[in-house]
Ligand binder design. Structure first.
Ligand code: PSU
Ligand code: MN
Length: 300
């Protein structure tokens, strides 16, 4: 009943024990505007390979789990987006219904982790994880990403969490959930568009340290190791510049709830910053894929 297709390239890399890097697709379907989303998808896949790992972009197409896309599948996804066919944002809990109804969609961090883990992929690069939303006291809006990170064994590279979140609360919940969080050559948890957030984390400086830590941690934890990789300085939007836009975006979003909130805010920021937030998002994705690919290679 469950249909899954692993691309031949990813399949042979997995069976030969070569490095594979998982990548999510909600950032393509819901996080970035067209056509930048498809341009960056190919670019990220090339970057992964140049840095030593076979890329495995994960999504669901017409009720089939896809692990690794070839140009044909990329075109199918692109056509659906261009033609405004229904493309869902699929979190881990949404996977079964999406498959049963033969839907298509981008997989979020939680869904991508679960699907990557099923086929034995150990490293995953994303843009920013979901977390605890601001005003969580009223909404209780906390991303399933946190629970997935606490339960699924994987190294996850992200540029911190989205700046639209309550970052301090997200870090607290990651701690309670047993997720080890380390800063890649940095001492603060990055805030997606900004390199700093004011929240201190433990620094790691070497690929081998991370790989060894991950191997050792398997004795103690079933969950993920989250590696926070700050956006490259040239593309950073400092917190004092982006924060007013986030505030006005949150004001505009009072009627938007649940899974629509993140795409709404990202789109709002793209317009408010005249595309600067999109350029930042692309830069941090490249940066994370490069580090993720190197980690996947180190872990072999
Ligand atoms: N960060 C981005 N763009 C995105 C996302 C995160 O900059 O598109 C996506 C990721 O797929 C993440 C999801 O897993 O948003 C979290 O959504 P929610 O807050 O609804 O759980
Ligand atoms: Mn949510």
């Amino acid at each position: 009943m469950l249909q899954q297709k692993v691309s031949p390239k990813v399949q042979s890399a997995l069976s030969e024990g070569r490095a594979v890097l998982a990548m999510e697709s909600t950032v393509i379907t819901h996080g970035l505007p067209y056509p930048q989303n498809f341009e960056i998808l190919s670019e990220l896949e090339d970057l992964a390979e140049e840095n030593g790992a076979i890329p495995a972009t994960i999504c669901i197409l017409d009720g089939v789990i896809r692990i690794g896309l070839d140009s044909n599948e990329r075109n199918i996804l692109r056509n659906k987006i261009v033609e405004h066919a229904p493309i869902h944002k699929i979190a881990l809990r949404d996977i079964p219904l999406s498959l049963a109804k033969r839907e298509s969609g981008g997989t979020t961090v939680s869904a991508t982790m679960a699907l990557a883990h099923r086929v034995g992929i150990k490293v995953f690069a994303t843009g920013g994880i979901g977390g605890v939303h601001r005003r969580w006291q009223e909404s209780l809006d906390i991303s399933l990403d946190i629970k997935a990170l606490s339960e699924i064994s994987m190294i996850v590279v992200s540029a911190g969490c989205k700046a639209i979140l309550d970052i301090a609360a997200t870090l607290e919940l990651l701690e309670t959930s047993g997720v080890s969080v380390y800063g890649w050559q940095c001492d603060e948890f990055p805030a997606f568009y900004s390199r700093t957030s004011g929240c201190k984390i433990t620094r790691v400086d070497g690929l081998q340290t991370i790989a060894d830590t991950f191997r050792i941690s398997r004795e103690f934890s079933q969950g993920a190791l989250l590696i926070a990789n700050p956006i490259p300085g040239d593309f950073e939007i400092p917190a004092f510049e982006i924060e007013p836009y986030i505030q006005s975006g949150l004001q505009a979003a009072t009627a938007i709830h649940g899974k629509d909130l993140t795409p709404f805010l990202l789109n709002y920021l793209a317009e408010a910053t005249e595309g600067r937030s999109v350029k930042a998002n692309l830069a941090l994705l490249r940066n994370n894929v490069i580090l993720g690919a190197k980690l996947a290679k180190e872990l072999i």
